[in-house]
Every structure is written in structure tokens, then in C-alpha cells.
Design a protein around this ligand. Structure first.
Ligand SMILES: Cc1cc2nc3c(=O)[nH]c(=O)nc-3n(C[C@H](O)[C@H](O)[C@H](O)COP(=O)(O)OP(=O)(O)OC[C@H]3O[C@@H](n4cnc5c(N)ncnc54)[C@H](O)[C@@H]3O)c2cc1C
Length: 377
């Protein structure tokens, strides 16, 4: 049976960042296999998001989300500069209407507690000067928020990992992980749908970075207690493109909703200058990425709170992504869960659960974190 030192399951941005990091820090004799059920990398949540480099404003103090987002933000800008990934530090405006100023104060306080100390308060006149299309009574400006070409980023991570010997196995689904004298024995099925073949290999360490399906994969790991598998709740977020021209320089967010799921339908920019709105929040049980055009009416209502004059006819269905949440809309916000031997007692096993937003921003910091955890195993 073929043996690898490390198997990473899931080639979204998290699996890729881990593969890139470990191919650099582990000795060259370590063989690393990166597996994904799709033929190419980043086909699920990692290519279905807002592509925003977050500053780390909203997350609870001391949480992994707060810490890894802030660290990841700096690492990601550096990476983009060093390896010529397209990005733009647009800045972001959080808009409060009359009567909502206390929400902005809470956000500013939370940001400060998280070490994000560069938010600026903006009054109505300054907001108008910065963004004439946007209306609001007050705003907060986050200068370190930006946008990134997430596809270019993932391709570069893959290229760097492969150049250091990482093997990528696409069209390969991990079916089962058994305990083995050398660590783990992994059963996979590979090939296209007319020619599927099973394949077994062993590995010393196994990383579960399977995103939406991390819980499903964890259930296939022999002798892992179900107590170590947090429940997942899928929440879809749809996006609509704007089909008329408005000039926006910044990302524009309303004050967040009270649902504990999303930040509210906001305006993001793509690197070509197009404006897109989303994501909304819809609990789903199936992986269905179709955008329902009927939602345009609700979108237009939400957007008119800060950009007047937008109608449902101005919006075109774009794409959708699904968040792997560890809480429901009515429950307290949960943190990223990254488990290692100290949590579940299995040497060489790292599992990542609930890697929702700001996972893209935090990806390089998550990879550093996993590297440190693995070194202690
Ligand atoms: C609507 C939305 C908006 C977001 N906006 C932002 C944002 O603006 N900024 C930000 O920082 N973050 C954002 N995020 C979060 C970010 O997109 C995610 O945190 C990140 O993409 C998660 O990456 P991942 O690698 O964990 O998951 P994924 O990209 O889903 O990758 C997991 C991979 O595992 C593979 N897989 C699963 N099971 C198996 C198996 N058994 N065998 C083989 N392969 C398997 C899948 O095929 C998949 O490719 C957003 C998320 C959503 C849903």
C-alpha cells in the first residue's frame, strides 16, 4: 500500500493554504497528498463568496475568528503583493441610518477590542463626499478591508504547493478513514463517473478540510467519538449583479442584521469595477446553488436602505454560496473549530469545522495555526 506522510482532504482555500504552508515547513522527505472530489481546486464555497479581505471587526473578542482574521488580513495583503495576486484595498463603509448610531458605536467598540484600531467615524457630509450614491446618517470607514481575486490566489497556492512536491488528486472522494499501525488507512474512489475505481493508501497524518462536508467525512473516521463532531447548519447566500452603472469606490455594508447569520445584504465590488449585492440568508438542506430570481424584490428593498433608487429590475441573479454554520440563526455565534489530538485523542488527526466567513481572509493564518498544532502531535 502506498504511504504518504500527510493527506489533506478538501482543496478549497483552506486545504490549499495548509498544503502550501506544510510543503514549506515540513522536511522535503514528507510526502503530501491533497485530495478533492472535484476535478479542480476551489469548486465549492471558496469560489462562491464575496472575495472580501475582512479587517476582523465583528467577531467576539478572543475568538479564533477575530484573531485569525486579523492575522490573515495582513498575511493575505503581503502574499498578494509578493506573488502578484490581483487585489484592491478599497476600504469599507458601514452605514447607519438615523436612530442606528448606537449600533455603530457597538461595532467600533468590538473592533477596538479585537485590535482593529483604525476605524474612522464619518458624518453625513463626508459620507456624501466619499460616496455620492449612498445615503446614511453616520458611517464607519474600515481602511484595511479590500477585495481579492480568490481564484488567482488559490491557483497560486496550488502551484507553489505542487512545485514543492505536493500531489493533487482531483476527482477523488475519501469514503472511509481507518486507524492503521502507520496512522491511518484511507479508502477513496477516483475517476470520472463512467470509470470509478477504489484505491487505498496509508498516511501518518490526516487533515479534514472538507468544508460543508467536514462533518460527513468525520463520521467516516474510525473510533472518532461523535461528541467531537459539531452539528452543522447550512445557510445559503445568494448574490445579484447590478445591471446599471453606479459609481462606488468602497464596499458598502448596512449595520448587521440581528439574525446572527449574515452581515446584511451589502454592496461589494469586483476587480473590474462591477457592483454585486449579497449574500442574503436562507437555511437549506441540499447543495443547490441556483439563485431564485424572485428574491430580487427583497434584495432591492434591503439595498434601498442605503442606495436609493435601486429596483428589482436593476438586479440580475448572479451566484450563490453556502455557509457551514455551527449555530442556527437564533443561537449564539459559534467560533471556528479546529481540533487536534488534545481534543479527540487521535494522534495526527486535524479537523476543521464551521470555516465560514472570514475563512478566505483567515486562510493563511489558519494554515499557520494547523502547522503549529500538527507539530505538537
Ligand atoms: C456566501 C458566502 C460569502 C462569503 N464571503 C467571504 C468573504 O467575503 N471573505 C471571507 O474571508 N470569507 C468569506 N466566506 C467564507 C469563505 O468562503 C470560506 O470560509 C472558505 O471558502 C472555506 O474554505 P474551505 O476550504 O474550508 O471549504 P470549501 O471551499 O468548500 O472546500 C472544501 C472542499 O472539500 C471537498 N470535499 C468535501 N468532502 C470531500 C471528500 N469526502 N473527499 C474529497 N473531497 C471532499 C469539496 O469538494 C471542497 O472542494 C464566505 C462564505 C460564503 C458561503
Amino acid at each position: 500500500m502506498e504511504h504518504f506522510e500527510l493527506c489533506i482532504t478538501g482543496a478549497g482555500v483552506i486545504g490549499l493554504a495548509i498544503a502550501e504552508r506544510l510543503s514549506k515547513t515540513l522536511s522535503a522527505k514528507y510526502t503530501i497528498l491533497l485530495i478533492d472530489q472535484h476535478s479542480s481546486v476551489g469548486q465549492e464555497t471558496s469560489s462562491r463568496n464575496s472575495e472580501v479581505i475582512h479587517a476582523g471587526i465583528y467577531y467576539p473578542k478572543g475568538s479564533l475568528k477575530a484573531r485569525l482574521c486579523r492575522e490573515g488580513n495582513a498575511l493575505l495583503y503581503n502574499y498578494c503583493q509578493q506573488f502578484e495576486i490581483a487585489y484592491r484595498q478599497t476600504g469599507k463603509l458601514i452605514i447607519a441610518q438615523d436612530g442606528e448610531q448606537s449600533s455603530l458605536e457597538k461595532i467600533a467598540k468590538q473592533a477596538n477590542e479585537n485590535g482593529v484600531t483604525d476605524l474612522r467615524e464619518i458624518d453625513r457630509q463626508t459620507l456624501h463626499a466619499l460616496e455620492p450614491s449612498v445615503t446614511g446618517a453616520h458611517a464607519l470607514l474600515s481602511p484595511t478591508t479590500g477585495i481579492i481575486d480568490s481564484h488567482g490566489f488559490m491557483q497560486r497556492l496550488l502551484q507553489q504547493a505542487e512545485s514543492r512536491g505536493v500531489q493533487f488528486a482531483g476527482l477523488t472522494q475519501v469514503l472511509e478513514v481507518k486507524r492503521h499501525t502507520k496512522g491511518f488507512e484511507v479508502l477513496c474512489e477516483s475517476g470520472d463517473k463512467n470509470n470509478r475505481q477504489t484505491y487505498r493508501f496509508s498516511c501518518t497524518a490526516f487533515i479534514n478540510a472538507a468544508g460543508l462536508q467536514a462533518q460527513q467525512l468525520a463520521q467516516k473516521i474510525e473510533s472518532l467519538s461523535t461528541n467531537n463532531i459539531p452539528q452543522v447548519h447550512w445557510y445559503k447566500g445568494s448574490y445579484f449583479k447590478l445591471n446599471k452603472r453606479i459609481k462606488l469606490q468602497h464596499l458598502v455594508y448596512p449595520v448587521p442584521e440581528h439574525s446572527n447569520i449574515g452581515l446584511g445584504v451589502h454592496a461589494t465590488l469586483d476587480l473590474a469595477g462591477g457592483v454585486r449585492f449579497g449574500p442574503d440568508v436562507e437555511a437549506v438542506a441540499e447543495k443547490d446553488y441556483a439563485v431564485n430570481p424572485m428574491r430580487a424584490k427583497q434584495f432591492a428593498e434591503a439595498i434601498r436602505r442605503y442606495i436609493p433608487g435601486i429596483n428589482s429590475d436593476d438586479l440580475v441573479p448572479d451566484y450563490a454560496g453556502i455557509r457551514p454554520k455551527l449555530h442556527r440563526a437564533t443561537e449564539p455565534v459559534q467560533d471556528f473549530v479546529i481540533q487536534s489530538q488534545a481534543d479527540h485523542g487521535i494522534a495526527g488527526l486535524i479537523q476543521l469545522f464551521g470555516i465560514e466567513s472570514p475563512g478566505l481572509t483567515a486562510s493563511l493564518a489558519i494554515a499557520q495555526y494547523v502547522d503549529a498544532e500538527l507539530a505538537q502531535n
